[in-house]
Design a protein around this ligand. Sequence first.
Ligand code: SF4
Length: 295
Amino acid sequence: MVLYSHSRLSSFEQCPFKYKCRYIDKLKPDIKTTIEGFLGNAVHSTLEWVYTHSKERTFELDDLIEYYAKLWRGDYSPEIKIVKEEFNEEFYFNKGIKFLIDYFMKYSPFKDNTIETEKKLIMSLDLDGKYKIIGFIDRLIHHQDTNIFEVHDYKTSATLKSQEELDQDRQLALYAIGIRKLYPQVNDVKLVWHYLDFNKTVSSERTVEQLETLRQEIMQLIDKVESATEFPPLSSILCKWCEFRSYCPTLKEESNNPEENSNSLDQNQSTSETNNNQNNFPKNNSPYKSQQKLF
Ligand code: SF4
Protein backbone atom coordinates (compact mmCIF):
# COMPACT_ATOMS: atom_id res chain seq x y z
CA MET A 1 0.00 0.00 0.00
CA VAL A 2 1.54 3.28 -1.13
CA LEU A 3 1.41 6.24 1.25
CA TYR A 4 0.90 9.42 -0.76
CA SER A 5 1.95 12.86 0.38
CA HIS A 6 1.33 16.32 -0.99
CA SER A 7 4.96 16.50 -2.18
CA ARG A 8 4.74 13.09 -3.88
CA LEU A 9 1.60 14.13 -5.76
CA SER A 10 3.13 17.52 -6.62
CA SER A 11 6.21 15.77 -7.94
CA PHE A 12 4.04 13.76 -10.38
CA GLU A 13 2.22 16.91 -11.51
CA GLN A 14 5.44 18.87 -11.89
CA CYS A 15 7.40 16.27 -13.87
CA PRO A 16 6.29 12.63 -14.27
CA PHE A 17 9.84 11.61 -15.25
CA LYS A 18 11.26 13.00 -12.02
CA TYR A 19 8.47 11.25 -10.11
CA LYS A 20 9.46 7.93 -11.70
CA CYS A 21 13.15 8.45 -10.90
CA ARG A 22 12.41 9.24 -7.26
CA TYR A 23 9.47 7.04 -6.32
CA ILE A 24 9.35 4.13 -8.75
CA ASP A 25 12.92 3.46 -9.86
CA LYS A 26 14.33 4.90 -6.62
CA LEU A 27 17.43 6.16 -8.42
CA LYS A 28 20.33 7.70 -6.56
CA PRO A 29 19.90 11.50 -6.85
CA ASP A 30 22.74 13.60 -8.32
CA ILE A 31 22.79 15.88 -5.30
CA LYS A 32 22.20 15.48 -1.56
CA THR A 33 20.17 18.66 -1.23
CA THR A 34 20.05 22.24 -2.45
CA ILE A 35 21.02 25.19 -0.30
CA GLU A 36 17.38 26.32 -0.28
CA GLY A 37 16.33 22.94 1.13
CA PHE A 38 19.13 23.03 3.69
CA LEU A 39 18.19 26.54 4.82
CA GLY A 40 14.53 25.52 5.09
CA ASN A 41 15.40 22.53 7.27
CA ALA A 42 17.63 24.56 9.59
CA VAL A 43 14.95 27.24 10.12
CA HIS A 44 12.17 24.66 10.56
CA SER A 45 14.23 22.74 13.12
CA THR A 46 14.99 25.92 15.08
CA LEU A 47 11.33 26.91 15.28
CA GLU A 48 10.34 23.35 16.16
CA TRP A 49 12.83 23.41 19.06
CA VAL A 50 11.47 26.76 20.28
CA TYR A 51 7.82 25.69 20.30
CA THR A 52 8.59 22.29 21.82
CA HIS A 53 10.07 24.04 24.87
CA SER A 54 8.16 27.32 24.96
CA LYS A 55 5.85 26.21 27.79
CA GLU A 56 8.66 25.47 30.24
CA ARG A 57 11.19 28.22 29.45
CA THR A 58 11.71 31.61 27.89
CA PHE A 59 13.83 32.38 24.84
CA GLU A 60 16.10 35.29 23.98
CA LEU A 61 16.88 36.08 20.36
CA ASP A 62 20.44 34.85 20.91
CA ASP A 63 19.12 31.40 21.88
CA LEU A 64 17.45 31.00 18.49
CA ILE A 65 20.46 32.32 16.57
CA GLU A 66 22.90 30.09 18.44
CA TYR A 67 20.75 27.00 17.95
CA TYR A 68 20.39 27.74 14.22
CA ALA A 69 24.11 28.48 13.78
CA LYS A 70 25.07 25.27 15.58
CA LEU A 71 22.76 23.25 13.33
CA TRP A 72 24.13 24.94 10.25
CA ARG A 73 27.77 24.41 11.21
CA GLY A 74 27.15 20.81 12.22
CA ASP A 75 25.30 19.75 9.09
CA TYR A 76 26.66 21.91 6.27
CA SER A 77 28.74 20.16 3.63
CA PRO A 78 30.28 21.34 0.34
CA GLU A 79 28.11 18.78 -1.50
CA ILE A 80 25.06 21.00 -0.91
CA LYS A 81 24.19 22.53 -4.25
CA ILE A 82 24.06 26.32 -4.66
CA VAL A 83 22.13 26.79 -7.90
CA LYS A 84 22.36 30.58 -7.98
CA GLU A 85 26.10 30.91 -8.33
CA GLU A 86 26.13 34.63 -7.61
CA PHE A 87 25.33 33.80 -3.96
CA ASN A 88 27.38 31.86 -1.45
CA GLU A 89 26.87 29.92 1.77
CA GLU A 90 27.14 33.06 3.89
CA PHE A 91 24.33 34.73 1.97
CA TYR A 92 21.94 31.86 2.72
CA PHE A 93 23.10 31.55 6.32
CA ASN A 94 22.34 35.25 6.87
CA LYS A 95 18.97 34.89 5.20
CA GLY A 96 18.04 32.34 7.89
CA ILE A 97 19.24 34.72 10.62
CA LYS A 98 17.00 37.45 9.21
CA PHE A 99 14.01 35.07 9.11
CA LEU A 100 14.52 34.22 12.79
CA ILE A 101 14.97 37.85 13.89
CA ASP A 102 11.76 38.89 12.15
CA TYR A 103 9.89 35.89 13.53
CA PHE A 104 11.17 36.51 17.06
CA MET A 105 10.12 40.18 16.96
CA LYS A 106 6.62 39.16 15.91
CA TYR A 107 5.93 36.06 17.98
CA SER A 108 8.14 36.03 21.08
CA PRO A 109 7.44 34.71 23.80
CA PHE A 110 5.84 31.98 21.63
CA LYS A 111 2.92 31.25 23.97
CA ASP A 112 -0.06 30.70 21.73
CA ASN A 113 -1.84 27.39 22.47
CA THR A 114 0.54 25.32 20.34
CA ILE A 115 -0.15 21.66 21.13
CA GLU A 116 2.20 19.89 18.69
CA THR A 117 5.10 20.50 16.33
CA GLU A 118 6.04 18.36 13.31
CA LYS A 119 2.82 16.45 13.82
CA LYS A 120 2.71 13.30 11.72
CA LEU A 121 -0.67 12.66 10.11
CA ILE A 122 -1.59 9.40 8.44
CA MET A 123 -5.12 9.16 7.13
CA SER A 124 -7.24 7.22 4.74
CA LEU A 125 -9.36 9.21 2.30
CA ASP A 126 -11.80 6.34 1.77
CA LEU A 127 -13.43 3.69 3.96
CA ASP A 128 -11.47 0.79 2.41
CA GLY A 129 -8.06 2.36 3.10
CA LYS A 130 -7.11 2.38 -0.57
CA TYR A 131 -6.14 6.05 -0.66
CA LYS A 132 -3.70 6.66 2.16
CA ILE A 133 -2.08 10.01 2.84
CA ILE A 134 0.84 11.01 5.05
CA GLY A 135 1.77 14.55 6.02
CA PHE A 136 3.68 16.54 8.61
CA ILE A 137 2.15 19.66 10.12
CA ASP A 138 4.85 22.17 11.09
CA ARG A 139 2.81 23.39 14.06
CA LEU A 140 -0.69 22.73 15.37
CA ILE A 141 -2.60 25.14 17.61
CA HIS A 142 -5.80 24.34 19.49
CA HIS A 143 -7.88 27.08 21.07
CA GLN A 144 -9.87 25.27 23.73
CA ASP A 145 -12.29 28.16 24.33
CA THR A 146 -13.52 28.13 20.72
CA ASN A 147 -12.52 24.54 19.80
CA ILE A 148 -10.76 25.87 16.70
CA PHE A 149 -7.54 24.36 15.37
CA GLU A 150 -4.86 26.19 13.38
CA VAL A 151 -2.50 24.41 11.01
CA HIS A 152 0.72 26.46 10.67
CA ASP A 153 3.29 26.11 7.91
CA TYR A 154 6.65 27.89 7.51
CA LYS A 155 7.69 28.87 4.00
CA THR A 156 11.29 29.90 3.36
CA SER A 157 11.04 30.21 -0.42
CA ALA A 158 11.33 33.52 -2.24
CA THR A 159 7.86 33.16 -3.74
CA LEU A 160 4.78 34.60 -2.08
CA LYS A 161 1.45 33.10 -3.09
CA SER A 162 -1.56 35.37 -3.52
CA GLN A 163 -4.64 35.04 -1.30
CA GLU A 164 -6.51 33.49 -4.25
CA GLU A 165 -3.80 30.87 -4.66
CA LEU A 166 -3.78 30.09 -0.95
CA ASP A 167 -7.56 29.74 -0.95
CA GLN A 168 -6.98 26.92 -3.47
CA ASP A 169 -3.84 25.49 -1.83
CA ARG A 170 -3.90 21.73 -1.47
CA GLN A 171 -1.27 20.94 1.15
CA LEU A 172 -2.75 22.56 4.25
CA ALA A 173 -6.31 21.79 3.16
CA LEU A 174 -5.27 18.14 3.10
CA TYR A 175 -4.08 18.49 6.69
CA ALA A 176 -7.42 20.09 7.58
CA ILE A 177 -9.13 16.90 6.35
CA GLY A 178 -6.84 14.91 8.67
CA ILE A 179 -7.50 17.13 11.69
CA ARG A 180 -11.26 16.94 11.15
CA LYS A 181 -10.99 13.14 11.03
CA LEU A 182 -8.97 13.07 14.26
CA TYR A 183 -11.18 15.59 16.07
CA PRO A 184 -14.72 15.24 14.62
CA GLN A 185 -16.18 17.74 17.14
CA VAL A 186 -13.89 20.57 16.02
CA ASN A 187 -15.61 23.87 15.18
CA ASP A 188 -13.16 24.96 12.47
CA VAL A 189 -9.63 24.45 11.14
CA LYS A 190 -7.72 27.56 10.04
CA LEU A 191 -4.80 27.36 7.65
CA VAL A 192 -1.87 29.68 8.35
CA TRP A 193 1.30 30.24 6.30
CA HIS A 194 4.36 32.12 7.55
CA TYR A 195 6.20 33.49 4.52
CA LEU A 196 9.48 34.16 6.28
CA ASP A 197 11.26 35.80 3.34
CA PHE A 198 8.49 38.42 3.25
CA ASN A 199 7.89 38.61 7.03
CA LYS A 200 4.25 38.01 6.25
CA THR A 201 1.59 35.72 7.73
CA VAL A 202 -1.39 34.75 5.60
CA SER A 203 -4.41 32.60 6.44
CA SER A 204 -7.29 30.83 4.74
CA GLU A 205 -10.20 28.56 5.61
CA ARG A 206 -12.16 25.77 3.94
CA THR A 207 -15.77 24.74 4.29
CA VAL A 208 -16.64 21.09 4.88
CA GLU A 209 -18.01 21.00 1.32
CA GLN A 210 -14.73 22.32 -0.13
CA LEU A 211 -12.80 19.67 1.78
CA GLU A 212 -15.11 16.96 0.44
CA THR A 213 -14.47 18.20 -3.14
CA LEU A 214 -10.73 18.14 -2.45
CA ARG A 215 -10.95 14.59 -1.05
CA GLN A 216 -12.58 13.44 -4.28
CA GLU A 217 -10.01 15.29 -6.43
CA ILE A 218 -7.08 13.75 -4.57
CA MET A 219 -8.50 10.24 -4.96
CA GLN A 220 -8.86 10.89 -8.71
CA LEU A 221 -5.28 12.16 -8.87
CA ILE A 222 -4.02 9.04 -7.06
CA ASP A 223 -5.93 6.90 -9.59
CA LYS A 224 -4.21 8.84 -12.38
CA VAL A 225 -0.77 8.30 -10.81
CA GLU A 226 -1.37 4.59 -10.28
CA SER A 227 -2.64 4.00 -13.80
CA ALA A 228 0.19 5.97 -15.47
CA THR A 229 2.22 3.92 -17.93
CA GLU A 230 4.25 6.79 -19.37
CA PHE A 231 6.28 9.30 -17.41
CA PRO A 232 7.37 12.07 -19.77
CA PRO A 233 9.83 14.75 -18.63
CA LEU A 234 8.22 18.16 -18.19
CA SER A 235 10.68 21.06 -18.31
CA SER A 236 10.21 24.15 -16.16
CA ILE A 237 12.30 26.67 -14.28
CA LEU A 238 12.45 24.07 -11.48
CA CYS A 239 14.73 21.88 -13.66
CA LYS A 240 17.65 23.92 -12.32
CA TRP A 241 17.01 22.47 -8.87
CA CYS A 242 16.20 18.94 -10.09
CA GLU A 243 18.17 16.15 -8.42
CA PHE A 244 17.81 13.80 -11.40
CA ARG A 245 19.29 15.99 -14.14
CA SER A 246 21.89 13.40 -15.12
CA TYR A 247 19.09 10.94 -15.99
CA CYS A 248 16.89 13.45 -17.82
CA PRO A 249 16.28 12.76 -21.54
CA THR A 250 15.26 16.39 -22.17
CA LEU A 251 18.57 17.73 -20.88
CA LYS A 252 20.48 15.12 -22.87
CA GLU A 253 18.61 16.21 -26.00
CA GLU A 254 19.36 19.87 -25.26
CA SER A 255 23.06 19.22 -24.84
CA ASN A 256 23.03 17.54 -28.26
CA ASN A 257 21.33 20.61 -29.69
CA PRO A 258 23.30 23.64 -28.42
CA GLU A 259 21.13 26.25 -30.14
CA GLU A 260 17.98 25.10 -28.38
CA ASN A 261 19.93 24.80 -25.18
CA SER A 262 21.14 28.39 -25.33
CA ASN A 263 17.58 29.69 -25.86
CA SER A 264 16.33 27.79 -22.88
CA LEU A 265 19.23 28.99 -20.74
CA ASP A 266 18.45 32.61 -21.63
CA GLN A 267 14.86 32.16 -20.52
CA ASN A 268 15.87 30.54 -17.26
CA GLN A 269 18.43 33.22 -16.57
CA SER A 270 15.96 36.07 -16.90
CA THR A 271 13.47 34.36 -14.56
CA SER A 272 16.23 33.65 -12.12
CA GLU A 273 17.37 37.27 -12.13
CA THR A 274 13.83 38.43 -11.41
CA ASN A 275 13.66 36.09 -8.42
CA ASN A 276 17.03 37.19 -7.14
CA ASN A 277 16.09 40.84 -7.17
CA GLN A 278 13.17 40.14 -4.82
CA ASN A 279 15.46 38.17 -2.63
CA ASN A 280 18.68 40.01 -2.37
CA PHE A 281 20.06 41.84 0.62
CA PRO A 282 23.53 43.35 0.49
CA LYS A 283 26.42 40.96 0.94
CA ASN A 284 28.66 41.57 3.97
CA ASN A 285 25.74 43.32 5.66
CA SER A 286 24.41 40.66 7.99
CA PRO A 287 21.09 41.56 9.62
CA TYR A 288 22.53 40.26 12.87
CA LYS A 289 25.94 41.84 13.12
CA SER A 290 27.03 40.36 16.45
CA GLN A 291 26.74 36.91 14.90
CA GLN A 292 28.97 37.64 11.89
CA LYS A 293 31.80 36.03 13.81
CA LEU A 294 29.88 32.75 13.59
CA PHE A 295 30.80 32.55 9.96
S1 SF4 B 1 15.46 18.21 -15.31
FE1 SF4 B 1 13.36 18.95 -15.52
S2 SF4 B 1 12.42 17.72 -17.14
FE2 SF4 B 1 14.28 16.65 -16.46
S3 SF4 B 1 13.59 15.23 -14.88
FE3 SF4 B 1 14.21 17.07 -13.84
S4 SF4 B 1 12.35 18.29 -13.62
FE4 SF4 B 1 11.96 16.72 -15.19
